[in-house]
Structures are given as structure tokens and as C-alpha cells.
Design a protein around this ligand. Structure first.
Ligand SMILES: Nc1ncnc2c1ncn2[C@@H]1O[C@@H]2COP(=O)(O)O[C@H]2[C@H]1O
Length: 606
């Protein structure tokens, strides 16, 4: 290429779009005079991202009023908040969905489902008035515009604060850092107790502030003390650990982050790369052939397991939240007899998009964790190894008692040479690679069609429309691999990017079922979720009444718009209409966050 003909443009910069364009020099100077920023050493920050720059571009000042719901338990969010003035209450007791303005989706009875079907409106996207705006009962929240924001308020705020235990946070205290740093659901609802000023810090800024050692250490110590024990206890392997052992694990665990949290922005570009290049571009967490040094637990994000295959790599499985890496190798190494060489890692682990891990050092794993893992939770080969070792030990004790002679060590451990299968055996490598490449492994309820059986009758689409206001929540289209079509319908993702930034908490995950639903009365139609969904599985729809008249906003005269998507027919007595309507058993809703369900489904059909 002749460079003299090139068109030179300024490459987009990280701070081209500040979080709050109205943040000015005076605001930044004022913030710099307050803690924790006053004590931060500007020299800790690189020239390209100075402290003042982070304050100006990654933060915004928010004024809130008593009763405003600032974050809701269970939501996803990517910012934290520093209290500058006033106070907020962190609700120790969970508030009900109704108190947060959401209407729980309850299953309809068969008769009610039938009645609704019979009397459904001929108008597409028809809604009753109660579905358009929140019911103004005493317990529901109301939406108000505050400055340029849509804020949701608790109506019976005084009563809620009196009746529910809460912790008050005042000036200088930070909240919302758990979800912002670790991409996990909000652990509590936080409400403004009075008129308060907050500094909202988006996660990129929060990570940059960690350049200041005191700030980073404070944040880490707080996480380690308050949240790490909770997160570790959620991992099945550590469920039965005595308290003292858990504390040992807490003290020794290291936290690591790989890749970029905004994976959703990158993946469309990356998936066009040839596979080898794609894999090479992924940050390596642990490498095949090396000795395992830690048990790695996926805290959030996604990982790819691969093995060398000729000059390239072959994907063998993918990992998601809660999955373990290196377990079998570490267990083998700690149980093996001395005459056997230690096992090296059978796979490499790479971050796909972003990956947050917890690493438990090998010796802590061997001493404090492995002895307390239930046999039923161990891989069969490892359980066998332990059983054989215990049998030998018991036999040795008997012999010892009888003969008073000591059994030689080599003999006692001599049954360790059992075959150990490490990692996940997988034949459908190309399918796995396709799933990871297109980040379909984010889907907990992906819609997959077996094209060998599908006759294109569209009964699935028609069934969806019949239970969804005359408008199907998907079209029979989507990525195809071999005989499988991965349909563009909400997958109820493990990492629900769509839920980040919803200003009213309208899009939320049902705690029991894991289904991501939109609570329409509090949806303000801003489109944040639809823009954020990396798979374009959310549509914005103008809504009407049963006679076909559009609803319009009384203040602006503009049509009322609502976000719509598949809700997995969570109110239907028979589950997802798409799957039940398929006359050819060609459509399935399937969990793609694990490799196994898809391969098992395919095995059953072949
Ligand atoms: N028991 C608690 N004491 C103080 N703050 C809490 C407590 N529980 C939760 N929080 C804060 O409330 C926030 C809710 O959102 P996050 O989970 O992102 O981060 C959480 C913490 O910052």
C-alpha cells in the first residue's frame, strides 16, 4: 500500500466520551481537595491517564433525594459510588420486588392462559394501561426525572427504612464496588437517606484509581474481609470446609483479572480472525505442560481450554463462572506416590473476552481443601485413588497392629498409578470453537434448532407470537454451524451485559429461575439494554391499546416505547411456547455455558 495516499485520521481515544460532559475544572479541583483523592499521589498515575483526567472523564457528580433507589440487589452495574455529602442506607434486609417497582412474574393457571389466548388482541403489542406505567400503590416505586436522570423512588420510604435493617454510609464511604469490580450481581439495595451528593465512578476509573497503593490496598482488604469468604463458600468444592480452613484459603487466595471487561465491544471484530490468531490473541492464564501451581476458580467471565494440536491449538472445552481449572492435576499430584512423576497441566487456559479468577496455591489446596471435598464431588478417578489409598492405609494399620512392623512408604502409596483423566474429553472440537468464537457460551437458555429436522413451518414463531402480544420475540434466523442454528432469541446470559446501566432496574434476573425479564411498567424505553445486548436479541416496540391507538407520553407527546424480548414464557404453564410448539422436536432451549448439555443433546439424536 502506498502510504502517501493514506487518509490520516485521529484514532479514537479512551476519553473521547467522558462520563459527564459537564464536569469542569472547578469540580475536578474540588474533588482533588477531598478524600480519598486528596491523599493520592499523582505520580502513581501514568502520564496518559492522570488522576485529574480520571476524575474528569470517568466520574460524574450526582445529586439525589431522600428515597431514591441508587442500586438494586441482584442487578448488574458497572459503577461504584462515593458519598460526598449526605448519607445512603445499604439495606441489610432484602426488599421485595414490588418495593423496587417490579411485578413478579407468576405462572398463569391453564384456564387463565387459555382465556388470555382466546381473548388476545388482534393488535400487535397491545397493552393494558396498568402495563404501561407503574401502579401507584403505597408499596410500588415511582419514576421521576431528577436533573437529567430518570430516578426511581420508594414511595413509602420512611416506613421501609424504619422496618428494614440497614447500614448508613456517609461522606468518604464507597459503595457499589462489588458489582463494578467483579461483574457480580449487586449484593444489596442502596437508598438515599436524605439529599445526598455522590460521585459515580465507572469501573474503568475505579480500576485506574487502584494505581494508588493505599486506595488499592484498602479496597482489596475490604473485599478479602467481607466478600471473598462469601464468594468462596458459594463454590461447591468449598462448601464443607471448616471455618478455620476457609480462613486459610481466604488469606492465601490471589485475585487476578485477564482481558477486557467490555468483551461485548470487541468480540464482533475478533470473531472474524482465523481461529489460531484468535486463540493467540487471548491472554494466557495457565499453560499446558507446566506444573500446576494453583487451583484456579473462575469468578466471572469466560475461559477457553485448549490443547496443542500440531502447530496450532484445539479447543477442548470452555469454562464459566464457578468452574475449576487444574483440579485433577493438583489432586493427583498431592495424592501420588513418590515413584510417580507429577502431572503437568493437560490444557491451557485462556481468557475469552474477560476472565476474573481466584487462585488457591497448591499447598493450601492440598492441606486445607482436598481432605474436605466430598467423595461424590471428586472426579471418579481421583475418588478411586483416595479410596485405594485409604484401603491401603487401613490394611497397613492392620498389618502394623499384627506384626508391630512398619509398612514401607513405597508400598503404602504404591497403588497411585491409576489412569487419571484430566480436563474434558471432547470430540466436537469445531462445534466448541464455533460456540466460543461467537460467544454463544454466554447463553444459559440458548435456542438451538436442529436443521435436519426443522421443516421451516414456523410453528415456533407463531406460538411465540400467540403468547407475546402478537409479536414474536424472535425470528427464525441466526448463526448456523453444520446442522445447528443458534437462533437470535434472548439467551438469558450468564454475563447479562444488557442489565448493565438500566436506569430504572426494569430489566432484571429472576433470582430463582435465572431468567432475565423486563418489568414493563418501569421500562422507560431508553434502549440501553437493546444497545448493550451483543447479540441484538432485544427489540424496542411502540405499544398500543387494544383498539390500536398508540400510547403517548403526556409531557412530550412522544410514543411510549418498551424493550421487548423472550422471557422464556415464564408465565406460561407449559414453559417456552417455541419448544412445545415444534411438531418435529427440532427446537431446544439449552444451557451453552457448559460444554456437556449440547454434546449430550447431540449424542441423543445421532
Ligand atoms: N453489610 C454491608 N455493609 C456495608 N456495605 C455493604 C454491605 N453489603 C453491601 N454493601 C455495599 O452495598 C453495595 C451494593 O452493590 P454492590 O454489591 O456492587 O456493592 C455493595 C457494597 O458496596
Amino acid at each position: 500500500m502506498n502510504l502517501s495516499e493514506a487518509i490520516t485520521v485521529r484514532r479514537p481515544q479512551r476519553w473521547d466520551k467522558p462520563m459527564d460532559a459537564s464536569m469542569n475544572d472547578a469540580d475536578v479541583a474540588w474533588l482533588r481537595s477531598r478524600e480519598p483523592f486528596a491523599s493520592m499521589d499523582p505520580k502513581s498515575f501514568p502520564r496518559t491517564t492522570p488522576l485529574e483526567g480520571i476524575l474528569r472523564n470517568d466520574c460524574r457528580l450526582i445529586r439525589c433525594e431522600a428515597g431514591e433507589v441508587l442500586v438494586r440487589e441482584g442487578d448488574y452495574g458497572n459503577s461504584a459510588f462515593l458519598v460526598l455529602a449526605g448519607s445512603v442506607g445499604v439495606m441489610v434486609d432484602s426488599l421485595s420486588q414490588e418495593q423496587l417497582g417490579r411485578t413478579p412474574k407468576e405462572k398463569l393457571s391453564w384456564s387463565e392462559a387459555l382465556r388470555r389466548f382466546m381473548f388476545r388482541s388482534p393488535v400487535a403489542e397491545a397493552r393494558e394501561p396498568s402495563q404501561v406505567v407503574p401502579l401507584r400503590t403505597n408499596s410500588s416505586g415511582t419514576i421521576r426525572t431528577l436533573d437529567d436522570r430518570q430516578a426511581i423512588f420508594l414511595q413509602d420510604f420512611d416506613l421501609v427504612m424504619r422496618e428494614h435493617e440497614h447500614v448508613s454510609l456517609g461522606p468518604g464511604e464507597l459503595f457499589g464496588e462489588v458489582a463494578a469490580m467483579y461483574r457480580s450481581p449487586r449484593t444489596a439495595t442502596v437508598i438515599a437517606e436524605n439529599e445526598a451528593t455522590l460521585l459515580e465512578i465507572r469501573w474503568q476509573g475505579l480500576r485506574m484509581f487502584r494505581r494508588d497503593k493505599v486506595f488499592a490496598d484498602t479496597l482489596d482488604a475490604h473485599y478479602r474481609e467481607q466478600w471473598l469468604p462469601v464468594h468462596l463458600r458459594e463454590i461447591p468444592l468449598l462448601r464443607y470446609l471448616p471455618e478455620v480452613n476457609l480462613q486459610r484459603v481466604v488469606d492465601a487466595t490471589e485475585l487476578h483479572s485477564y482481558g477486557r471487561m467490555e468483551w461485548d465491544n470487541d468480540y464482533k471484530r475478533q470473531r472474524k480472525l482465523p481461529l489460531a490468531e484468535q486463540i493467540e490473541s487471548e491472554p494466557v492464564v495457565a499453560e499446558e505442560g507446566r506444573l500446576p501451581t494453583d487451583l484456579i476458580i473462575v469468578r466471572s467471565g469466560f475461559g477457553r481450554l485448549s490443547q496443542h494440536y500440531g502447530a496450532s491449538h484445539r479447543t477442548t472445552a470452555y469454562l464459566g463462572k464457578g468452574h475449576l481449572f487444574g483440579f485433577e492435576e493438583l489432586a493427583f499430584n498431592s495424592l501420588r506416590s513418590e515413584n510417580l512423576p507429577p502431572k503437568t497441566l493437560q490444557h491451557s487456559l485462556r481468557a475469552v473476552g474477560f476472565l476474573d479468577t481466584l487462585s488457591i496455591p497448591a499447598e493450601v489446596f492440598a492441606d486445607a481443601v482436598l481432605p474436605h471435598v466430598r467423595r461424590s464431588e471428586l472426579p471418579a478417578e481421583i475418588a478411586k485413588l483416595i479410596t485405594r489409598r485409604d484401603q491401603v492405609a487401613t490394611a497397613a494399620e492392620k498389618v502394623e497392629r499384627r506384626t508391630q512392623a512398619r509398612l514401607p512408604q513405597s508400598k503404602r502409596d504404591g497403588l497411585g498409578d491409576l489412569p487419571i483423566v484430566t480436563g474434558v474429553e471432547f470430540q466436537q472440537t469445531e462445534l466448541l470453537e464455533f460456540v466460543v468464537q461467537n460467544r454463544l457460551n454466554n447463553g444459559q437458555q440458548a435456542m438451538v434448532i436442529d436443521l435436519n429436522r426443522c421443516t421451516r413451518c414456523d410453528d415456533c414463531v407463531k406460538a411465540c407470537a400467540s403468547v407475546n402480544d402478537g409479536n414474536p420475540r424472535f425470528a427464525r434466523q441466526g448463526l448456523i454451524h453444520d446442522r445447528l442454528q443458534f437462533v437470535q432469541a434472548c439467551m438469558h446470559c450468564e454475563d447479562p451485559v444488557c442489565m448493565i446501566g438500566c436506569p430504572t432496574g426494569s430489566i432484571a434476573r429472576d433470582v430463582d429461575s435465572g431468567v432475565v425479564v423486563i418489568h414493563e411498567p418501569i421500562c422507560i424505553g431508553c434502549g440501553t439494554c437493546a444497545n448493550a445486548c451483543p447479540y441484538q436479541n432485544i427489540q424496542m416496540a411502540s405499544i398500543r391499546d387494544r383498539s390500536g391507538k398508540p400510547y403517548c407520553d403526556s409531557a412530550s407527546g412522544k410514543p411510549i416505547i418498551k424493550a421487548t424480548k423472550c422471557d422464556l414464557c415464564s408465565t406460561q404453564p407449559n414453559g417456552p411456547a417455541c419448544a412445545s410448539a415444534c411438531p418435529h422436536d427440532a427446537l431446544v432451549r439449552i444451557d451453552l455455558t457448559e460444554s456437556a448439555p449440547l454434546s449430550q443433546w447431540l449424542d441423543r439424536r445421532s
